[in-house]
Design a protein around this ligand. Structure first.
Ligand code: ADP
Length: 484
């Protein structure tokens, strides 16, 4: 049976997985790396750490495998790396998608009334989350950067581009449509870089990679003296959509990793919902472009990491499950998960995280339960907006590191009052990258989510969760109003 390689470069770790053509995992290797937080709202990574961690996982899985048909790459999106085309070295650390340093600049652009134009072209909002303002920040703040960029000596890439540049023997400077669609510079209707936006953000075009379909030829990966064609590139959330077999209009998944991203396939229609939802490219495969609606929640699994590493409430993320109350009771403790502001549907850069409602009687259990609720309540905000806009939600497929936690899945089902489907293989992201590479190689792919575990919503707890949710929402609205 043929073998395929998926590289999954996430926000907290890098993974390489070998699948066979039945989409069964053969071997895998995962290495965590650290992000840095140099200032309030800043989040950076060292591009060398990313590269080294990917290379190490590749070495671990490729060894002993005779021949690998093709490789698919999936990656954290929006994270911005700029390197010299001459030395190949990054000129600044990678600015991670969560970073909010450009929020004042974004506010200036919004005050000029440019948001609608940007939304029409890119499907996105003007927000520090996306790459454009991060690129501009590097060009404006790193000595000599703008001059070098004007001379055509610098390259910008999201993590996929950087990996392709560093790991392909051709040293290609490429990206795919899904990653391009998260830069704020790519016109998702014309399917090309937008000159008007480049001028608006003051970014020279020579810095940008060429954009290919997800299932195009991206170069040749050289690892352990083996040469593997890179036949698939797709951003992580879009990869999860493919991994979850969400190929039809209305198919929906929610990924609970570092952040949480709910995505609905809308096929050939780029649907625009004003209330804080993004319109984005789901994929371009076999020459067909599919669009998606996306609700992006910044803080999710990183809340659990914070409870573990900074609050020292437990030693392993999995232990959080023992503290989470199944019946929706947080003893009136509320958590606002805004370490770096809030994403969909609130989009606020200034607000910061807080606990509220703590009394002498409050326990670690209450605080941990409140933290989990802040994730399920944000999901509920998004599903409510979708339903208000006539997008039906019958069931929700979930994946990502957090859904290893069964109690969390049940709490999610109870909060949403929807059945939650957790697939056997929750590594949908890597699976999606593998599937794209298989399609590009002409291999037919089978459905991968046949044996999903179902978490049925408990209607007896409906009002408990509704009350907790509305207390959380009114407290949050108070904070947002006070801050303004
Ligand atoms: P990413 O792809 O963004 O790096 P993953 O999908 O690998 O993220 O998920 C990792 C996240 O999942 C971590 O932030 C971790 O805290 C969280 N996590 C892992 N296991 C559990 C668990 N059993 N309960 C709650 N959270 C968990």
């Amino acid at each position: 049976m043929k073998k395929y390689l998926a590289i999954d470069q996430g926000t907290t770790s890098s993974r390489s997985i070998i699948f066979n053509s039945n989409l069964e995992k053969q071997t895998d290797s995962q290495i965590e790396y650290a992000l840095t937080y140099p200032s309030d709202g800043w989040v950076e990574l060292n591009p060398d750490d990313i590269l080294n961690s990917v290379v190490e996982t590749l070495d671990n899985v490729v060894d002993g495998v005779d021949s690998i048909e093709a490789c698919g790459i999936t990656n954290q999106r929006e994270t911005t790396i700029i390197w010299s085309k001459i030395s190949g070295k990054p000129i600044y650390p990678g600015i991670v998608w969560q970073d909010r340093r450009t929020s004042s600049y974004c506010n200036e652009l919004k005050a000029k009334g440019l948001e609608e134009k940007v939304r029409q072209k890119t499907g996105l909002l003007i927000d520090p989350y996306f790459s454009a303002t991060k690129i501009k920040w590097i060009l404006d703040n790193v000595d000599g950067a703008r001059e070098q960029a004007e001379k055509g000596n610098l390259a910008f890439g999201t993590v996929d581009s950087y990996l392709i540049y560093k790991l392909s023997k051709e040293k290609n400077h490429l990206t795919d449509v899904t990653n391009a669609s998260r830069t704020l510079l790519y016109n998702i209707k014309d399917m090309q870089w937008d000159d008007d936006l480049l001028e608006m953000f003051d970014i020279p075009k020579s810095i940008l990679p060429d954009v290919l379909s997800c299932d195009d030829k991206f170069g040749t990966l050289c690892v352990n003296k083996k040469e593997i064609p890179i036949m698939g590139v797709i951003g992580d959330q879009q990869a999860a959509l493919v991994g979850q077999d969400c190929f039809k209009r209305g198919d929906m998944k929610s990924t609970y990793g570092t952040g949480c991203f709910l995505m609905v396939n809308t096929e050939d229609r780029p649907i625009n919902i004003e209330e804080g939802m993004l319109t984005t490219i789901a994929y371009k495969i076999n020459n067909n472009v599919h669009y998606a609606l996306e609700g992006s929640i910044y803080s999710c699994g990183n809340i659990i990491q914070w409870l573990r590493d900074k609050m020292k409430f437990f030693k392993h993320a999995s232990e959080s499950e023992h503290f989470l109350n199944r019946n929706g009771d947080s003893n009136k403790v509320i958590f606002i998960p805004a370490f770096n502001g809030l994403g969909a549907p609130f989009w606020d850069s200034k607000i910061r995280a807080s606990f509220y409602g703590i009394t002498q009687d409050s326990s670690i259990e209450n605080m941990i339960t409140a933290a989990f609720h802040s994730i399920t309540f944000q999901t509920k905000e998004i599903t409510t907006i979708l339903e208000n806009n006539d997008i039906k939600i019958n069931k929700l497929f979930v994946d990502g590191g957090m859904v290893a936690n069964k109690t969390f899945c049940q709490v999610l089902a109870n909060t949403l009052q929807k059945d939650i489907y957790r697939p056997e293989n929750v590594e949908s992201t890597a699976l999606g990258a593998c599937k794209v590479a298989m399609i590009a190689s002409g291999e037919s792919i089978k459905a991968s989510q046949a044996n999903a575990e179902i978490f049925k919503s408990d209607s007896d707890l409906k009002s408990v969760y509704e009350n907790e949710h509305s207390a959380w929402l009114s407290h949050l609205k108070e904070l947002l109003e006070k801050k303004d």
